[in-house]
Design a protein around this ligand. Sequence first.
Ligand SMILES: *[C@@H]1O[C@H](CO)[C@@H](O)[C@H](O)[C@H]1NC(C)=O
Length: 314
Amino acid sequence: MPGKNQTIISEFILLGLPIDPEQQNLFYALFLAMYLTTVLGNLTIIMLIRLDSHLHTPMYLFLSNLSFSDLCFSSVTVPKLLQNMQSQVPSIPYAGCLTQMYFFLFFGGLENFLLVVMAYDRFVAICFPLHYTTIMNPQRCLSLVALSWVLSTFQAMLHTLLMARLCFCADNVILHFFCDMSALLKLACSDTQVNELVIFVMGGLILVIPFLLIIVSYVRIVSSILKVPSIRGICKAFSTCGSHLSVVSLFYGTIIGLYLCPSSDNSTIKETVMAVMYTVVTPMLNPFIYSLRNRHMKGALERVFCKRKPLSFL
Ligand SMILES: *[C@@H]1O[C@H](CO)[C@@H](O)[C@H](O)[C@H]1NC(C)=O
């Protein structure tokens, strides 16, 4: 390293969102509202699935896991963003930054793997309906969820350890609203080649393979429906898969848009908007996509909330 008396950086400044100071309060209210909606929506789904025994099927247990992961994913970045919008010096300590990065990668990865598990679940349900209960037995479900946890722990740990190895000395202003891996790499003063290689390879493995698995399972679902075409079968398949497909396209659409679109010099705003999409908007929309279109969820909502009503209203 060239410098002699370079200080080692102990905290970073998170520059936050590129918005005017006059609009700060408006955006604060907007993000607070979206975060509260996320928390409430996902907690409602988790509670409903827990309370209603009709929903104790693999599909809903996975959905409840997805809601949990959405809730945590959003809680890793949004509360800190809200706090920074109100403070004069939006700083974050070095250890806090790496911790945020770790949990961001962990819950992002978990969400990604759970979406694959859910696609597999739909694939078995539609292509092998008679064997569904034997294939998706409770042990198999639990091990699929456990595998998702192990894989995301592994990849988050790998990226975080590689980041901890780097030295930060000159610049400590992160041009982002959370400790994003690529934003941090731009500030490092040691060699980042290994990190970039690992991000490229792991990013490919962790996003492209799951995405392909989901596509394959949907292709098989569609072809199995077309083999025995009946209006009822088609409607049933699309009502069970439609919401999953919308969540999948929302999640992969923003991430693939971010990483595959060529970035120009002026891409910070685009990157920030995309990051807001997948940290704030997607976790907020998931519960609505699932519950508004789903009559089982609506039924559960009625059963759970109307159980005690008749007595108190008589
Ligand atoms: C996640 O899925 C597993 C396996 O199906 C289930 O036992 C567990 O209760 C779920 N966790 C949550 C938070 O819903």
